[in-house]
Design a protein around this ligand. Structure first.
Ligand code: SAM
Length: 280
């Protein structure tokens, strides 16, 4: 009797609402590549809402001077509260309202994965000197920063969040396992990738990758991920999920480094940021 193997993949869905003063900024990013495909496949929907549409008065003013003086303009609370309430309607209170701000919690792969479990997210893009504090306190349910630097507006941070979260929605990427090996997915940087040709300008692809030996390839990739993380981002090691074998390999790397002349050179022969291993 013939046995038919049916493989089914779970697919997800996410709706993003983005509140911005500059909806035109999003055109290229949402209309190409992965986000375009995810939208066309019905896995993601994105609605851009112009905050100015929710401002009142003849001039639809959305910003004003700061109380207490100082430079720059502050985004007024009324249009933002009105926009969020109108957009979410009865779902107000059950959908995360995320304010993009350099004062927020740091956006990491872990946060992206956490957000990818939602069905709907609302993102508020600030501009100018920032947003009235009452928006931070009484409207936003979450505050996210994409890094310790200051951009001119929350639009690029919103694009970053939408793209990082969308990649994690089941069905968006062709290979459903791909995101589990990405850098940061397991707290490590990803191993190096190679494709054809096998030798390029004298630089050969590591032999093990051509060997067809699956177990050795898995081991090599794991060690490369450990080595790269140890060299470039040793701070990640203390919270990564590591096995005894991983630690043994890291100790071996450290021993190699210590045996190098000058002490601060790694085995690849260039300056490294790698430091002492974090203690277990
Ligand atoms: N004065 C504000 C401060 O020091 O916190 C910065 C205002 S910034 C010029 C204008 C807007 O850009 C912010 O309201 C925020 O929406 C966005 N923004 C800038 N840098 C960001 C970052 N690293 N992460 C998330 N949003 C950011």
């Amino acid at each position: 009797m013939a046995v038919r193997l049916v493989v089914t993949y779970e697919v997800g869905f996410m709706h993003f609402d983005i509140l911005t003063l500059f909806p035109g900024l999003f055109a290229g990013v949402f209309e190409e590549s992965i986000l375009k495909r995810a939208r066309e496949a019905g896995l993601v929907t994105i609605a851009l809402h112009n905050i100015r549409d929710y401002a009142t008065g003849r001039h639809r003013v959305t910003d004003d001077a700061p109380y207490g003086g100082g430079g720059g303009m502050i985004m007024k609370p009324e249009p933002l509260f009105a926009a969020v309430e109108a957009v979410l309607g009865e779902q107000l209170g059950s959908v995360p309202v995320i304010l993009l701000t350099p004062k927020g919690r740091l956006f990491t792969q872990r946060v992206a994965r956490e957000l990818s479990r939602q069905r709907r997210l609302l993102l508020i893009c600030g501009r100018y000197e920032g947003v009235d504090e009452r928006v931070h306190r009484y409207l936003a349910t979450d505050e996210i920063s994409i890094g310790d630097y200051v951009l001119a507006g929350g639009e690029i941070p919103a694009m970053v969040v939408v793209e990082a979260v969308t990649r994690l929605i089941p069905g968006v990427l062709g290979d459903p396992g791909a995101t589990f090996e990405d850098s940061h997915a397991e707290g490590l940087l990803e191993y190096p990738h190679y494709t054809r040709p096998p030798v390029f300008r004298g630089h050969a692809v590591p032999e093990v990758l051509l060997s067809g030996h699956h177990a050795q390839i898995v081991r090599w990739r794991r060690q490369q991920a450990l080595r790269r993380t140890w060299e470039q981002r040793p701070d990640l090691l203390s919270s990564a999920r590591l096995t005894d074998e991983d630690w043994a390999y890291l100790r071996q790397l450290q021993a190699e480094q210590e045996s190098q002349a000058g002490g601060n050179c790694n085995t690849l022969g260039h300056e490294t940021e790698a430091t002492d291993l974090p203690t277990l």
